[in-house]
Write a protein that binds this ligand. Structure first.
Ligand code: C5P
Length: 219
């Protein structure tokens, strides 16, 4: 099987940015598993499936019609042919994703789809349970963290750059609420795998983290 680098951790720790850069540097495939939960939640909104209808949501997850084409260098996210790249990135969509992600049947329905991303020459897998559940035999497991304050600050900056006004204190509350749900759920709770290396990025720049991960992988 192709080698896998798993990058797990709480929201806002920089997993998405770091995973993308490391995958690009290595020429490996990339799995943004959070997008699959966000897309399942979005499909539920579209098809009027309630957030507590576990079997209905699992069926949606199972049949999810998604594509990640790259057009003119821009990655796009299509749900049933419709571009949902923006709508699934809102904080509200993240909150909904974390609700559907707490349902065991939904996680089970997405398991094989995630494993199918493991192809030569390798895969960088970004999520919450990549090292603990989806790819237990990964070559290298990283648990990326940063303080909640720092994660709220980064998210705030990101939103500002996108022209969105949000208060720092409400972002911090949202981040803490999602952390609590993700770490306390009974199925695949957010936690480092026993053999994961934890990297606190609070005081590290993006290039420093990318360098550190490529060094670790080369060892
Ligand atoms: O990483 P992202 O913020 O896009 O993930 C959205 C939500 O999806 C997370 O808060 C988490 O509840 C869920 N998720 C998960 N397992 C993963 C990836 C994401 O439960 N592997």
């Amino acid at each position: 099987a192709a080698p896998v680098l798993t990058i797990d951790g709480p929201g806002g720790a920089g997993k998405g940015t770091i995973s993308g850069l490391v995958a690009e540097r290595l020429g490996w495939h990339l799995l943004d598993s959070g997008a699959l939960y966000r897309l399942t939640a979005q499909a539920a909104v579209k098809h009027n499936v309630a957030v507590d209808d576990e079997l209905g949501l699992a069926r949606l997850a199972e049949q999810l019609d998604v594509a990640f084409p790259v057009e003119e260098g821009q990655p796009r996210t299509l749900l049933e042919g419709e571009d949902v790249g923006q709508v699934i990135r809102t904080e509200q969509a993240g909150e909904r994703a974390s609700q559907v992600a707490a349902l065991p049947a939904v996680r089970q329905a997405l398991l094989q789809r995630q494993r199918d991303f493991c192809q030569a020459p390798g895969l960088v897998a970004d999520g919450r349970d990549m090292g603990t559940v989806v790819f237990p035999d990964a070559a290298l497991k990283i648990f990326l963290t940063a303080s909640a304050d720092e994660r709220a600050r980064r998210r705030h900056l990101q939103l500002q750059e996108a022209g969105v006004n949000a208060s720092l204190s409400s972002l911090l509350k949202e981040i803490q609420a999602r952390d609590a749900r993700d770490t306390q759920r009974s199925v695949a709770p957010l936690k480092p795998a026993d053999d994961a290396i934890t990297l606190d990025t609070t005081r590290l720049s993006i290039p420093e983290v990318v360098d550190r991960l490529t060094e670790l992988l080369a060892q």
